[in-house]
Design a protein around this ligand. Structure first.
Ligand code: IDP
Ligand code: MG
Length: 149
């Protein structure tokens, strides 16, 4: 089963959207296998977003992500990386389709509600960065037989 990393960003935590976002993910069929509310240390934020270090928005992105708690999650399911990127929607909420998290709940790219890993390789790197293996649960759900054939 594939795993991905999804993080509810500080804007959405402050707007009390954790429940709404987790509900959308659960209803799709993805399984929550780890979750924690945390204030992100500067070093973690910088490592997580290292690929954007040279971008003009990098400093504001790091100060935003470290400004207030985030809700970090590991999700499991068939094609979890792809599916969660679809549920999340395009990076800029003004271009994200309605029905997606960013399309329904966000307005601007600098406050785009959630992060989701963009590939299986990124997911593995990000999960290892944000979670200790002991924080991730492996379990079965009775309804899995109604989610997978
Ligand atoms: P993603 O989150 O959809 O994978 P990335 O291109 O990886 O998008 O960018 C990481 C994050 O950086 C975005 O989610 C957004 O918060 C921020 N970001 C990206 N592009 C811009 C921009 O042009 N202005 C401000 N912030 C941006
Ligand atoms: Mg990205």
């Amino acid at each position: 089963m594939e795993r991905t990393f999804v993080m509810i960003k500080p804007d959405a935590v402050q707007r009390k959207l954790i429940g709404e976002i987790v509900q959308r993910i659960e209803r799709k069929g993805l399984k929550l296998v780890a979750a924690k509310l945390m204030t992100v240390p500067q070093s973690l934020a910088e490592t997580h977003y290292a690929e954007h270090k040279e971008r003009p928005f990098y400093n504001s992105l790091i100060s935003f992500i470290t400004s207030a708690p985030v809700f970090a999650m590991v999700l499991e399911g068939e094609d979890a990386v792809n599916i969660s990127r679809h549920i999340i929607g395009a990076t800029n909420p003004s271009e994200a389709s309605l029905g997606t998290i960013r399309g329904d709940l966000g307005l601007t790219v600098g406050r785009n509600v959630v992060h989701g890993s963009d590939s299986v390789e990124s997911a593995e790197r990000e999960i290892a960065l944000w979670f200790d293996e002991s924080e991730i649960s492996s379990y079965t759900l009775p309804e899995d037989v109604w989610v997978y054939e």
